[in-house]
Design a protein around this ligand. Structure first.
Ligand code: NAP
Ligand code: GLV
Length: 313
């Protein structure tokens, strides 16, 4: 009998580290990428995907499960031919969560502790103490306290920050304040000093950071976007930075990636740019999860962390 094929549907990437990790965690599966050719489409039972070219997944008639290479699935669901009857499993991995929490805490503390100012004073050999104030006076508002946002929220709370969360549904967690739905977004923003976006990108959240949301923040708030560039209207963001409505921003994701060299975000004095590295998928840990999901699917069960296609996350 032919062995099931796992198609690696990731543009411009042969996936050598994923091939090695999958050989360990699902040795009965044949790993193929587009460079060597996927072979007979009918033998492809599984796919690992990240921004696949439209139509690539739809060419496999016998897919049993699609695995997102990351936590977000917007780049997969953007394909209008995505085979919606096939289960889609996303990444929920302690390593990915830890990396994101590090990114969020790093930028919250760089801002709160005024580290950027001290960096510039050092370049001028200037001994100039500034006061940061207690963490409890700083409210970090996290849009999307799901798997990633909640871990960052808990660690920020444990460091003494005041923490709020905004979600589609009402959540609760000791020592945090929660808001739910568009109706409560202005109240959430009004008390947020550092805004963190960790939402999934869906029709409901596209361009949710725009002029008429940014205006609800207290003047001089700071913004961290580690979710997707599509959450932000970049012109409105630059206007808020120019006017001082925002004191600064740490941006890991952009409407167009790589960020075009012509973007003013590169050179804005109050913007930190990172190249979509807030948290990177680790093939070793994620291949173990995919291997477990494959075993479940082969027993007729659902994979780990299935995506709700109606919600889009
Ligand atoms: P998740 O567990 O699915 O959490 C998503 C959260 O967003 C949930 O709390 C959900 O609220 C909330 N939400 C969704 N739609 C909403 C809406 N319309 N209004 C208000 N709240 C809404 O996702 P995750 O694993 O934490 O990942 C979040 C995102 O991070 C990913 O989708 C990805 O885009 C991004 N990410 C980026 C990087 C990077 O390196 N930059 C790395 C990993 C992930 P409910 O629970 O109430 O539905
Ligand atoms: C990375 O952006 C992810 O969604 O995991």
């Amino acid at each position: 009998m032919d062995r099931p094929v796992l198609a690696f549907c990731v543009p411009k990437f042969a996936g050598g580290s994923w091939r090695a990790a999958m050989a360990e965690h699902a040795p009965h599966v044949v790993f193929r990428n587009r460079f060597e050719g996927f072979g007979d489409p009918a033998l492809v039972r599984y796919a690992i995907a990240w921004n696949p070219p439209p139509g690539e997944l739809a060419q496999f008639p016998n897919l049993a499960c699609i695995f997102s290479l990351g936590a977000g699935v917007d780049g997969i669901l953007a394909d209008p031919t995505f085979p919606r009857s096939v289960p889609l499993s996303r990444v929920v991995d302690p390593d990915l969560t830890q990396g994101m929490t590090q990114y969020v805490l790093l930028h919250v503390m760089l801002h709160h502790r005024k580290q950027r100012a001290f960096d510039s004073f050092q370049r001028e050999r200037l001994w100039k103490p500034l006061t940061a104030g207690p963490a409890g006076d700083v409210r970090v508002g996290i849009m999307g306290t799901g798997v990633l946002g909640m871990d960052a929220a808990r660690k920020l709370r444990d460091l003494g920050y005041a923490v709020s969360g905004w979600n589609a549904s009402r959540k609760s967690e000791p020592g945090m304040t929660f808001f739910a739905g568009m109706g409560e977004l202005p109240a959430f923003l009004a008390e947020t000093n550092i805004l963190v976006c960790l939402l999934p990108l869906t029709d409901a959240t596209r361009h949710i950071i725009r002029a008429d949301t940014l205006r609800h923040l207290p003047k001089g708030a700071f913004f961290i976007n580690a979710a997707r560039g599509g959450h932000v209207n970049e012109d409105d963001l630059l206007a808020a930075l120019d006017s001082g409505q925002l004191a600064g921003a740490a941006l890991d994701v952009f409407e167009t990636e790589p960020l075009p060299v012509t973007s003013r975000l590169w050179s804005h004095p109050h913007v930190t740019v990172t190249p979509h590295v807030a948290s990177q998928s680790n093939p070793k840990t994620i291949a173990a999860l995919i291997g477990e999901s494959i075993r479940r699917v082969e027993r007729g069960e659902a994979p780990l962390n299935p995506v709700d296609l109606l919600r889009g996350y």
